[in-house]
Design a protein. Structure first.
Length: 153
């Protein structure tokens, strides 16, 4: 009786070993993995011609749409040259609205209506009368507000 159990057990183990159950979990070669995903890898040379041709086709070029970027307010930073703003302008970040804007290479006063000042005082005192009055930094300008006084921008 013992020998028949042992014989059955050894037969069972032999069948499991032959069927591959004791082998490591199924794995796939790195190149075959990418081949099945149709991803071209130059180090894997066994692709058939059709897959290689479709995998290395040049991407289609689409023209960039021209974006209408508004003019910067008085407070802008992080300027770079960019063709979206046109010649003579820089692409910057407007710090009051946290959006992209266009500013001239040479600093200029923004339009009065863009500053949107509300004139509350009848006889205001201006902060400045010329650019040199705005001496905190060299690139500040003395600009009109539209309310009979100027501010440093």
């Amino acid at each position: 009786m013992k020998s028949s159990k042992w014989l059955f057990f050894s037969f069972f183990l032999t069948q499991i070993y032959i069927s591959g159950t004791f082998m490591s979990p199924t794995s796939i070669d790195w190149c075959r993995y990418f081949q099945r995903l149709h991803i071209y890898k130059p180090e894997c040379k066994f692709y058939d011609g059709q897959i290689v041709e479709t995998a290395i086709q040049a991407p289609k070029a689409y023209p960039l749409a021209r974006i209408n970027i508004p003019q910067c307010s008085a407070h802008y930073m992080y300027c770079t040259t960019n063709n979206q703003c046109g010649p003579g302008y820089l692409r910057c970040i407007d710090m009051t609205k946290y959006r992209e804007c266009c500013a001239p290479f040479k600093r200029q006063c923004p339009p009065i209506d863009y500053l949107s000042f509300r004139c509350v005082v009848r006889d205001p005192n201006g902060w400045c009368s010329k650019d040199s009055d705005c001496s905190s930094t060299s690139n500040k300008l003395c600009c009109p507000t539209g309310c009979n006084y100027n501010i440093c921008v």
